[in-house]
Write a protein that binds this ligand. Structure first.
Ligand code: ZN
Length: 304
């Protein structure tokens, strides 16, 4: 491979210039163009093809999460800074007029809003755990889905979006089975991205836990090798971007949502997620911004 220059600004500019992303006024909230979407869907199809014999059950949830599940998930304990809760107007007609006047005058209208029963989905897999409450079959369960995920981290870096799609597989069952599944997919995910010509590597990782207490949680997560990521240089060679993550939650969700194995033990869970937009950006960065010019072996996989 020839020497590639990496920078956040140049990637953003190139994506915009080729109409792959459509700028809006808020960072990390841009639109996606037709070619971008085509590649994203084709990568999703490839994931479906390589996993078609796994017997995964499809579930689809909206990009919102009921607030009870959101509160129970303990997301706010670890990532209060990333969460997005949905607020709405519940006032009278007179108060509605006040709201409209404030908006038109460019004034702050925060005080006209109050909390609803939903939050934006902070992870694609969260609704799956309460949906699997109770006793899972002996062989456990395997679920897949794709959903929009919200993270409150506005940034001009194109790879750091406030809303993006995550394609996830979720495994629930006995500890050994879940652990083995996570490890097998770790290898499979890396191989998949390498097969597309992406200079992918894999590493132990930690979640962006909040605050000083969070540093300890992150260190603990790394020590126990609970999270792996597959990384590809997209905006920096030294700090490659995570495009896929493999998470072993042990009995965390089993305990919170009451999921058991047939022998009455708490079920363990693991999930893996492809950051769909990041995979697509990695493909554009690696092979160029015009898919028709991509290497034949890459096109053969995505345009079978
Ligand atoms: Zn997940």
């Amino acid at each position: 491979m020839t020497d590639v220059e990496y920078s956040s600004e140049s990637l953003y500019d190139e994506l915009v210039r080729h109409k792959l992303i459509l700028p809006v006024s808020e960072p990390g909230a841009f639109g996606r163009g037709a070619v971008f979407e085509d590649v994203l869907e084709r990568f999703g199809d490839l994931v479906t093809r390589i996993s078609k014999n796994d017997g995964a059950e499809r579930m689809q949830f909206p990009p919102i999460l009921d607030r009870k599940t959101f509160e129970k998930s303990e997301f706010l304990d670890s990532f209060p800074h990333l969460a997005g809760t949905v607020f709405s107007f519940k006032g009278t007609e007179a108060e509605a007029k006040e709201l409209q006047a404030k908006v038109k005058a460019g004034e702050n209208w925060e005080d006209t809003q109050s909390m609803t029963g939903v939050a934006l989905a902070p992870a694609a897999c969260y609704p799956v755990y309460p949906a699997c409450a109770g006793t899972v079959p002996d062989e456990g369960r395997l679920v897949y889905m794709q959903n929009w995920v919200f993270r409150h981290e506005p940034s001009p870096e194109p790879t750091r979006m406030q809303s993006f799609r995550c394609r996830e597989f979720i495994r629930i069952g006995k500890p050994e089975a879940v652990f083995e599944w996570r490890n097998a997919w770790h290898k499979r995910g890396l191989e998949l991205l390498l097969s597309l010509g992406l200079p992918a590597t894999s590493d132990v990782a930690a979640d962006p836990f909040f605050g000083r207490g969070g540093r300890m949680l992150a260190a603990n997560q790394k020590d126990q090798k609970l999270k792996f990521e597959v990384l590809v240089p997209v905006i920096s060679k030294e700090n490659p971007t995570a495009v896929c993550s493999f998470n072993y939650h042990q009995d965390h969700f089993g305990k919170i949502f009451g999921i058991y194995t047939p022998d009455g033990e708490l079920a363990h869970t693991a999930c893996l997620g492809f950051g769909m937009e990041r995979v697509v950006m990695a493909l554009f960065k690696t092979h160029g911004f015009v898919p028709a010019e991509w290497p034949k072996y890459v096109r053969d996989l995505l345009w079978p």
